[in-house]
Design a protein around this ligand. Structure first.
Ligand code: AMP
Ligand code: MG
Length: 401
């Protein structure tokens, strides 16, 4: 680590990670498998939307006559449904066509009156008000053929998947998901379900991190947790590197006697930085194991989660050139004092209550970085910048969890 700065800022850490981005592959997926994925190319519309002038209402279509007075009686000359099999009879003066929502406008008609404002009597309809031209949805008013309505890097939300279909795409190019290996380390860790001996705890980080990887849109690969030994760790990192694009480890990155992730990365890997100015979560490292990028996350459960949100999630977004999943930063007023620090970004767990005055942030829990319950019951993390006051009444940024 000689010559490398200790405790760099979050921005510096992100810049260093971004110098070693992964390049995602591209796959073409049918629409019913692409929700949540990221678009790999700009997507132009293959059609006009709507493809033809059509009615926005169930009602009657006719030609608008600026000189008419209402009520106005018209002869019903046909029926136009949203089926495509219509007579398409031209509508002349004194005539109307019964029309359904989405049905093509009959030739000659340019206005619609909703059925609620019409009295029908046999072949005659009495319009109680003037028909409205704006109830006609014009061809191409939403999109024209060739318009790029979705751009590379956009996250495919359900409405965007609907838009892909509207534009006529049966499959879309999306980035392949990364396989993210998750390795937890520590002699004291037992898998939930096993019996704990004195001194042991249940291994929780790999499950939480797997959830975060899925939340970020990728595929978690949880490996069995590793004892605190250089050989066991080396073997597991080699296995993870052989089948994954990215490795996350938890634990073993501090100054402890058995912090072998840091030692192994120092001696046999390539560390790009170690330690960052955030609290909790200051000891993360980033580097390469063989050629695979590796984030060494802290072992404390809250810390590993927080560092994922502050470092790994932005890295994964940067790899795909996307802003998803979005980082929701909002302003909130502190209702309890939060201890900030002079040199670190302070990420305390708060609950949020929406009020007429805005969002109120409360800190009801003991904030130890080993206290996963305090994270599980929180809505957000404070984003107190180094030196920023965390006194009651201050308006601060919070990161919604
Ligand atoms: P370490 O960074 O390895 O010193 O771990 C810091 C703290 O986090 C210790 O109290 C560990 O027992 C705990 N810890 C480490 N890894 C895990 C894990 N996978 N699940 C739950 N707690 C962990
Ligand atoms: Mg440990």
């Amino acid at each position: 680590m000689d010559g490398r700065p200790y405790f760099i800022s979050v921005e510096e850490a992100r810049t260093i990670c971004n110098a070693t981005l992964l390049s995602p592959g591209v796959e073409h997926l049918p629409l019913d498998r692409c929700t949540g994925r990221v678009l790999a190319e700009d997507l132009p519309s293959k059609v006009y939307d709507p493809p033809f002038d059509n009615s926005a209402m169930d009602g009657f279509a006719c030609k608008f006559n600026p000189d008419a007075s209402y009520p106005l009686s018209l002869n019903i000359i046909g029926l136009q449904a949203a089926s495509g099999h219509n007579e398409n009879r031209a509508v002349g003066a004194g005539e109307a066509v019964r029309i359904m929502t989405g049905a093509p406008m009959p030739p000659g008609a340019d206005a619609i009156l909703p059925i609620e404002r019409c009295d029908v009597d046999g072949d005659t309809v009495r319009l109680l008000d003037a028909p409205k031209p704006h109830f006609v949805r014009k061809k191409g008013e939403n999109l024209r053929r060739g318009d790029v309505a979705l751009a590379q890097g956009q996250h495919l939300t359900p409405s965007r998947v609907g838009l892909c279909a509207t534009m006529g795409h049966a499959t879309v190019p999306v980035y392949r998901q990364f396989n993210v290996g998750i390795v937890s380390t520590g002699d004291e860790l037992k898998t939930p379900g096993q019996t704990l001996d004195h001194g042991e705890i249940y291994e929780s980080n790999s499950f939480g991190l797997a959830g975060l990887v899925e939340w970020a849109g990728h595929v978690p690969v949880r490996l069995p947790s590793v004892a605190d030994s250089m050989d066991a760790l080396r073997q597991t990192l080699n296995e993870a590197a052989s089948k994954c694009d990215l490795i996350l480890t938890s634990g073993g990155v501090s100054m402890g006697e058995f912090d072998y992730v840091r030692r192994l990365m120092e001696e046999e890997g390539d560390i790009h930085f170690w330690r960052m100015k955030i609290r909790p979560g200051s000891p993360p490292l980033f580097g390469l194991w063989n050629t695979t990028p590796l984030f060494g996350l802290p072992g404390n459960p809250v810390s590993s989660h927080v560092v994922f949100r502050m470092l790994v999630a932005p890295y994964l977004r940067a790899c795909l050139g996307t802003d998803a999943p979005m980082e929701w930063k909002i302003r909130a007023k502190l209702c309890d004092p939060v201890k900030s620090t002079s040199d670190c970004v302070t990420l305390r767990r708060v609950t949020l209550v929406s009020t007429d005055e805005g969002m109120m942030a409360h800190q009801p829990r003991h904030q130890g970085s080993g206290n996963i319950e305090s994270l599980a019951s929180a809505d957000a993390l404070t984003l107190l910048q180094p030196g920023q006051s965390g006194e009651v009444g201050s308006w601060i940024d919070v990161l919604v969890l």
